[in-house]
Write a protein that binds this ligand. Structure first.
Ligand code: PEP
Ligand code: MN
Length: 337
């Protein structure tokens, strides 16, 4: 961290800041210019709130030279992390393809979709049992009954299952049943939930918040990791912008940015980003091209009558065609399906 003082900042004010920092075991490297003085703070400043320094009127600005996240930071962990989800690796050469309906509806629906996506090459099965809906009057998910249907379909088609958790009181129920726990966009900053998930060792799929910066997203990963659970996979699912044509705006640039900043795997969910089924195919291809470690795609056997997110769901045949195209694209960027 670097402190730049205003020209003519009185010595006693600079000494006050120096004393405070030295008391907290930091070292100060002072650079005195013709008009300005700069303090270079040496030590781990992760927990140091810069506002404690900018509050002093003699300070022009305070700059961080290091990101506030440590465990998620590539600087301290240069090699890519590969997260093992019940035998399926996310972050290695092979792309992870998570597919399935938005919501679990019936036993038949779950089996029809699971069978189709498995046949097309999906590696993990998704389905929501506890749904975070914008309206309290919308379908909220089949809850425990849905979880059972997902478990059954996953077992029948040998696909590890991914489903969303909404509150910490469900963790005990999820552990042992669910192979990967999804934290949805709306809960990305539910810090109490993140802390509790940090105490488990279940792989976590951490979606980017609706309007979260990349740093905020990585800080949420840090919450889980600082509790001891390093099995975190990030998921870009579109962010809110001024554009209303699509449901959200897919931030493809977040993929190379996260890859530079962090060692954690990052996948892309083009379904929730676009909100439009016909846009899922081009966005999925683009995601693979920019280096995503995998995809999460909503697939439904009867999108017109889906209980949730039918407009963005691919029919099984369209999903299979996309997978066939991705098989050709993946090797160009050094990946495989
Ligand atoms: C979902 O995956 O079904 C979902 C609700 O996603 P998000 O949290 O990205 O909106
Ligand atoms: Mn959905």
């Amino acid at each position: 961290m670097i402190i730049v003082f205003k020209p003519g900042a009185p010595q006693n004010e600079k000494d006050k800041i120096r004393k405070m920092l030295v008391k907290e075991h930091f070292q100060i490297n002072e650079i005195v210019g013709t008009t300005m003085t700069i303090f270079g703070i040496i030590g781990d400043t992760t927990a140091l709130d810069p506002r404690r320094i900018t509050i002093n009127d003699c300070v022009e600005k305070v700059m961080r030279v290091q990101e506030p996240f440590k465990r998620a930071n590539r600087m301290f962990h240069p090699e890519n992390t590969v997260v093992d989800v019940s035998g399926v690796k996310i972050g290695g050469k092979k792309l992870a393809i998570i597919a399935g309906p938005c919501s679990i509806e019936t036993y038949e629906q779950m089996h029809t979709v699971a069978s189709a996506v498995q046949e097309a090459g999906a590696t993990l099965l998704r389905g929501g049992a506890f749904k975070p809906r914008t309206s309290p009057y919308s379908f909220q998910g089949l809850k425990e009954k849905g979880l059972e249907m997902l478990e059954q379909a996953g077992a029948d088609y040998h696909l590890p299952i991914v489903t969303e958790i909404m509150s910490a009181d469900k963790i005990d129920e999820f552990v042992g049943k669910v192979d990967m726990i999804q934290v949805g966009a709306r809960n990305m900053q539910n810090f109490e939930l993140l802390k509790e998930l940090g105490k488990t060792n279940v792989p976590i799929l951490l979606k980017r918040g609706l309007a979260a910066t990349i740093e905020e997203w990585l800080m949420s990963a840090e919450y889980i990791m600082s509790g001891g659970n390093e099995n975190v996979v990030l998921c870009e699912r579109g962010i809110r912008t001024y554009e209303t044509y699509t449901r959200n705006t897919l931030d493809l640039s977040a993929i190379p940015a996260v890859k530079k900043l962090s060692h954690l795997p990052v996948i892309v969910d083009p379904s929730h980003a676009a909100g439009l089924w016909w846009m899922v195919e081009p966005l999925a291809k683009a995601a693979v091209a920019v280096g995503a470690d995998g995809l999460m795609i909503e697939v439904h056997n009867d999108p017109e009558n889906a209980w949730c997110d039918g407009a963005q769901s691919l029919k099984p045949a369209k999903f299979a065609a996309l997978m066939a195209d991705l098989k050709k694209i993946a090797p160009i960027v050094g990946r495989e399906i």
